[in-house]
Design a protein around this ligand. Sequence first.
Ligand code: ADP
Length: 167
Amino acid sequence: MAGYLDARPRVGYFYTGKSGTQLLADKVKHITVNDYQSRPVVVQQSITIYDAICAMFLEDVGTLFVVDTDTTLVGVLSRKDLLRASLGKQALESMPVSIIMTRMPNITVCKKEDLIIEVANKLIDKQIDGLPIVVEVDRGSGYEVVGRITKTNITALLVDLANDEMI
Ligand code: ADP
């Protein structure tokens, strides 16, 4: 009954007046990226498109984050970025991913302490599958990738909510 009833000294228990939906919304608005995240898969911007395709298969992810020699975030590669490149007549084994990736500063990022509902809004708004979780650093692009949050993580949250098994 958590949330339906509250208690006050000298008053005792009372009905909060909140509906089940309001209580669920309250709960969701406290969940942060830190509670639902995955390990990031990063590749160097010098690797070839062919090697990035192999990395995506081997690591079983839909998005690769691209870093420079300072290990700071410089790009994002999605499945369709790599598919599009494969449709052309380019030499996939010699072209670096830096040619086809989405580049900084056009990358949408988030931080561990951000609310997951803000991330969900960004994914819908930008029509993308995931965001890199970053920390600010004072070198390179200014961001280091420390995690990944995707539609799959948000689906896991939905399942936990339905089963009332919140982290
Ligand atoms: P797919 O292209 O496989 O459907 P996405 O919807 O995630 O996957 O990506 C769509 C486009 O947005 C791609 O060109 C990709 O490089 C880019 N993209 C993916 N994630 C981000 C992000 N976090 N910030 C900016 N652009 C992104």
